[in-house]
Ligand binder design. Structure first.
Ligand code: SF4
Length: 724
């Protein structure tokens, strides 16, 4: 297959449109990578509404990774001590089916589990969770999005009655004031940041406030950088709210007519006078007051956040206390305003909508709601009671269940938990104990393939057709434009084949991903994330479209006008929310702080994050010379004062210890990090560097509501390594 195509970048949740062209074009020299290998040409798709032709270095170089380190054939081994042997798909699938049946008989359905990924297309997600939740009888299907944005899901759901970012990227160019909290947008969501930065540069009255313990590239261009002490976000939000109340710059009409629980919230924020908040957050009082003034004086305030808020043991509370500020000032449901979470992965959003976490079902249904379970049972033709209204195990909990022997079958797909999980040494040990692990991925080897019994080669983006949804709810069809290598197959097709071999022939009889998508959209009809007007054909012909999208196609008479006047750019423009009474909910939370604050034994706070060029655990970007050159080695950022105390010089090797493990990094001495805090990037696993796993140190404790782990902060000690 050698067609050019319009598709979506498969890296981050910004979801930039790409145009790809075959390596050889008539009359032009063949496009080659730095080693001379012919590669697909990639450029920004000017017609894509989200990115308008812009791409960052990851998107621009993605084709260089497509043929590197590919897993091409199914492989098996009986124990981890053995080498893999190549097997047929038939042999591999029969072994999987046999194991599932054995575990069902010996341990019951909850002995089964699957850990998927925000790299899945929506069709992959839909089939995976249909198989596990609908037909195998277990809700143990979770995805790596749990590590990335589940606090945003919980925050939106609890405040507004359902998940769903209410804003769109156009708001970046319409806002009067942008608050960026716990997000290094300039490096991690660069095309979103460029749009905001352009608007900020061109309009001197527009303010940008960055809340981050590090002086990141994002913070460098802000009007105000609040380098708060890690874990004090809720103090800050409640402190700003206190000042807004004191100044009377709140919208009492909106609060009275459209919200609930304001009195309880008002009581909580009365305990956050600015002097106390500035002290707790370790920021200047006048900076706190300036931030509150920016908010108070702006007609349209937009807040953006990502993992700095979400990856916290009080992640949901942080999200909700930020939403409170929007509610008390009616900064929602209008252009340029609203709380806007940025998703990390290309289709984490599609996963949310397709039921791709252990606590949800398709169409923003909640698994603990018996009515929602009954709706999906009916939709799938399953007997009443077959979906239990209780959440399944999260990814971290699956690892714990491996330790106790409660899981007899683990299927991992399109993710690399042997690097990305918190407390990763314990995760690796748990994986080593797993009695039966299937690892389905495009790449081999990875750190996780070391723990697998069966390897299944996955067709990746570019080699299969499916849909992905970005942070602003724009749905894009990503067509297959090249052949998969060897015997690689799309994830959804592998899962459907297993479903059929288990005897669920009709339920998993799909001839194409278009048919899978057609079934998925039906079960979203009338739900907050209504996809029911979408199809592969429509997306192919009309290009990317934004949900909610209930508009039928071809449009029945009279519907065309409705479609043209559709108001789906922003949610809640009518100020009616998805709660039973249509009112949004204020949340009354006090700050709890870090789960593991520094102490005399572990006196530093470690925070982790991402770099501009790399993606996740480097399965792709580690093979791209330009990106490796940008970020050749891991490092630890240390403030000069702390470096002097420990006699650490630039590039000295520093041993970092937490209560869970140890890692070593060359020092980067910089005032960009506050004294008492250190930063390491999370991209390096055992394949890429010795002893530089950030997650050997991190804490697995999770937010009780979202179950998202506190990957962003833990207590560590430092020691300079003396090389004899
Ligand atoms: Fe891809 Fe994200 Fe870069 Fe856009 S900003 S090109 S989606 S990595």
């Amino acid at each position: 297959m050698t067609n050019s195509a319009k598709t979506l970048c498969p890296y981050c949740g910004v979801g930039c449109g790409l145009e790809v062209l075959p390596p050889a074009q008539p009359g032009k020299p063949t496009n080659r990578d730095s080693q001379g290998t012919p590669i697909w040409q990639v450029r920004g798709d000017r017609s894509h509404p989200s990115s308008q032709g812009k791409v960052c270095v990851k998107g621009a170089t993605v084709s260089e990774s497509l043929d590197k380190n590919r897993l091409k054939y199914p492989m098996m081994r009986d124990s981890l001590d053995e080498s893999f042997r190549r097997v047929s798909w038939d042999e591999a699938l029969e072994a999987i089916v046999h194991r599932i049946q054995t575990v069902l008989q010996t341990q019951g359905p909850d002995g089964l589990s699957m850990y998927g990924s925000g790299q899945f297309q929506t069709e992959d997600y839909y089939i995976a969770q249909k198989l596990f939740k609908g037909f195998l009888g277990t809700n143990n299907f979770d995805a790596n999005s749990r590590l990335c944005m589940s606090s945003a899901v919980a925050g939106y759901t609890q405040s507004f009655g359902s998940d769903g970012p209410p804003c769109c990227y156009e708001d970046l160019e319409l806002t009067d004031c942008a608050f960026l909290i716990g997000t290094n947008t300039a490096e991690c969501h660069p095309i979103v940041f460029n749009r905001l930065r352009q608007h900020h540069k061109q309009n001197r009255k527009v303010k940008m406030v960055v809340v981050d313990p590090r002086r990141t590239k994002t913070a460098e261009v802000a009007d105000l950088h609040l380098a708060i002490k890690p874990g004090t976000d809720i103090d800050l939000f409640n402190g700003i709210a206190h000042l807004l109340m004191r100044w009377g710059t709140i919208d009492t009409y909106f609060i009275d007519e459209c919200t609930q629980n304001f009195p309880a919230y008002a009581e909580v924020i009365s305990h956050y006078p600015p002097e106390l908040v500035a002290r707790n957050c370790e920021i200047r009082l006048d900076d706190l007051e300036t931030a509150a003034k920016y908010w108070a004086k702006s007609e349209r305030v937009l807040s953006l956040w990502s993992m700095g808020m979400n990856q916290s043991s009080e992640g949901t509370a942080k999200v909700r206390t930020l939403i409170n500020l929007h509610l008390m000032t009616r900064n929602i449901g209008k252009p340029g305003a609203g709380p806007f979470s940025l998703t990390g992965q290309p289709n984490a959003m599609g996963g949310r909508e397709a039921g791709g976490l252990a606590n949800i079902l398709p169409g923003y249904r909640v698994i603990t709601n018996p009515q929602h379970c009954a709706e999906m049972e009916q939709f799938w033709g399953r007997p009443p009671g077959s979906i239990r209204p209780q959440r399944g195990l999260t990814g971290v909990e699956m690892m714990r269940a491996l330790e106790t022997g409660d899981i007899g079958f683990l299927w991992i797909a399109a993710t690399n938990p042997a690097v990305s999980m918190p407390d990763v040494k314990r995760t690796q040990e748990a994986l080593r104990r797993s009695p039966f692990t299937v690892y389905q991925d495009a790449y081999y080897p990875t750190e996780t393939s070391e723990y697998a019994h069966i390897l299944l080669p996955a067709a990746q983006w570019s080699e299969k057709t499916g849909v992905m949804t970005n942070s602003e709810r724009v749905v894009t069809l990503c067509p297959e434009f090249r052949d998969p290598p060897g015997e690689a197959r799309p994830d959804w097709a592998v899962l459907a084949e297993v479903g059929r071999r288990l005897g669920f022939v009709e339920a998993f009889r799909f001839n194409s991903s278009a048919e899978v998508f057609a079934e998925f959209v039906q079960c979203t009809e009338g739900r907050p994330c209504d996809y029911s007007g979408l199809s592969h054909d429509r997306l192919r012909q009309q290009g990317p479209l934004q949900w909610p999208y209930p508009y039928q196609w071809p449009s029945p008479e009279g519907e065309e006008e409705k479609e043209q006047n559709r108001t789906n750019k922003r949610l809640y423009t009518d100020l009616r929310f998805n709660t039973p009474d249509g009112r949004a909910r204020f949340a009354a939370y006090h700050s709890k702080g870090l789960a593991e604050p520094p102490d005399t034994d572990y006196p530093f706070i470690l925070t982790t994050g991402r770099l501009y060029g790399h993606w996740h655990t480097q399965t792709r970007t580690g093979h791209i010379p330009k990106i490796r050159k940008m970020h050749p080695t891991p490092f630890i950022e240390i403030h000069p004062r702390d470096a002097a105390r420990f006699k650490i010089e630039e590039n000295s090797l520093v041993e970092v210890r937490s209560r869970r493990g140890v890692a070593r990094f060359p020092a980067m001495i910089t005032e960009a990090i506050a004294p008492g805090t250190v930063f390491v990037p999370m991209h390096w696993g055992a394949l890429w560097a010795d002893d530089a796993e950030a997650n050997a140190l991190t804490h697995p404790i999770a937010c009780p509501s979202s179950l998202q782990p506190e990957l962003k902060a833990c207590a560590v000690q430092l020691e300079k390594v003396t090389i004899p």
